[in-house]
Design a protein around this ligand. Structure first.
Ligand code: MN
Length: 193
């Protein structure tokens, strides 16, 4: 099989109580795994078989795009968390957030509001352009800002499977708590590279 699901860099219960062990069991263990397994089946014997995952996302549409993008989006989502990570941004990312949004709290508030307002399944993304300008974007289903030429640096999954076991219908509570496990050193690395 071409793509393998990366092991999480933390224990299944490490993100509790923000994200429960049971949610990780299903979201990582079943949903993400299924996207990667289906992607591998779809590309078998096609021109996509030897492409990087990002290239498949940029060159495909329909069912293949959905599976490829979901595979990428979930790896990106799970790898930005660390219970022992940096709780605040610093350096150039911090300066850029304050330049555009005034304060870190205002930035967080706008990300949360954008996530709450996604109708149905999708994501709230933070992406940057070639000048380092930040964009908070809502996305439906599997959409990813890289298809618009932006570089994603942060994503909060707002599909119900991401939060329903822990927060039921309270998507706003889930989004608000995610900052407690976000590792800003990873977001900074994505911003700077
Ligand atoms: Mn998900």
């Amino acid at each position: 099989m071409k793509f393998t699901q990366p092991k999480l860099p933390y224990a299944q219960d490490a993100l509790e109580p923000v994200i429960s062990s049971r949610t990780i069991e299903y979201h990582y263990g079943k949903h993400e795994k299924a996207y990667i397994d289906t992607l591998n089946k779809l590309i078998e014997g096609t021109d996509y078989e030897n492409m990087a995952l990002e290239d498949i996302i940029l060159k495909s549409d329909g069912k293949l795009f959905n599976q490829a993008s979901q595979a990428w989006n979930h790896i990106f989502y799970f790898f930005q968390f660390n219970p022992d990570g940096y709780r605040e941004p610093s350096g150039t990312l911090r300066s850029q957030i304050e330049k555009q949004f005034g304060t870190l709290d205002e930035f967080k508030k706008q990300v949360e509001e954008a996530g709450v307002a996604v109708f149905g399944s999708g994501y709230v993304w933070v992406a940057k352009d070639e000048n380092g300008e930040l964009y908070i974007q809502q996305a439906k289903n599997a959409e990813n800002p890289m298809t618009q030429g932006l570089k994603p640096i942060l994503t909060f999954d707002v599909w119900e499977h991401a939060y329903y076991l822990d927060y039921q219908n309270l998507r706003a509570s889930y989004l608000h708590k995610l900052w407690d496990i976000l590792d800003w050193s990873i977001i900074e690395m994505r911003y700077e590279n």
